[in-house]
Design a protein around this ligand. Sequence first.
Ligand SMILES: Nc1ncnc2c1ncn2[C@@H]1O[C@H](COP(=O)(O)OP(=O)(O)OP(=O)(O)O)[C@@H](O)[C@H]1O
Ligand SMILES: [Mg+2]
Length: 260
Amino acid sequence: MKTKTLVFTNNKGGSGKSTTCANVAYSLNEQGCRVLAIDTDMQMNLTLSFFEEERVMEFNEGENNLYKGVLRSGNLEDCIFETGYRGLDIIPSSILMSGIEEVLYKRGGSREILKGLLKSTVDSGKYDFILIDAPPTLGLWVRNILNAADGVVIPVEASPWGLFGLANMIDYVNEASKDNKKLKICGIVVTKVDVRKNYFHQTEELLSDMEDIRVFKSFIRVDSSIEWAQDNSMPVGAYKKNSRSAKEYRELAMELRAAI
Ligand SMILES: Nc1ncnc2c1ncn2[C@@H]1O[C@H](COP(=O)(O)OP(=O)(O)OP(=O)(O)O)[C@@H](O)[C@H]1O
Ligand SMILES: [Mg+2]
């Protein structure tokens, strides 16, 4: 299978991008896929999903994080680390990623830098999936991320403000698909669902009005196991294999594989 690069993006903060990216990466790996997860956000939450804080700070201060990889140019092979789960690797981020927009503007505002940096990794066929956790913005960096991707997964929080700005976000992806013809929206995944609250049904109803965009049947419920797992720097499937959310992420990963 050719490497598929998927980005988890939504400019709405806290919608579940990093949590979904980390746990789908783990589930795909559990299902036998070779996965590279890439943390593109200065918050380093994807990196924190797999490593304890001390190690994360080493990545942050070291030479082999994504930010330093972008500065060096060439490729990102030096920035790939094993997570400890066989066949699941990561490119860690750095807090310095806060300056990435400036770096890109100084390079003439290129939208293709990340794509170029990933080319040899994609072409090597070493991974079935490259999963990119995007920051909650819509700037030039996110445009670079979209230009490096084949598909977009949009995590949406089942909350009163969860859908605010979604149309704008989708317009942005459509705009990016003018540069990157292969880019498509794989679907929307509803996260942090509390089935006892009305928001979920409201969210489902509003999303069902959106033509041409798949809403994944699998959704992710609010589950404290997820937070406990994150506190232990682990995906929930590794922390609590039989938890409800571990099962939900497995189902989402299967649905995602069928959708691309
Ligand atoms: N299903 C869930 N159940 C309980 N808590 C969750 C769930 N999903 C995510 N969270 C929590 O919600 C918060 C936001 O999630 P996450 O960091 O994945 O969102 P994000 O979209 O990546 O945020 P940002 O926009 O800041 O990058 C985190 O504290 C996470 O622990
Ligand atoms: Mg995040």
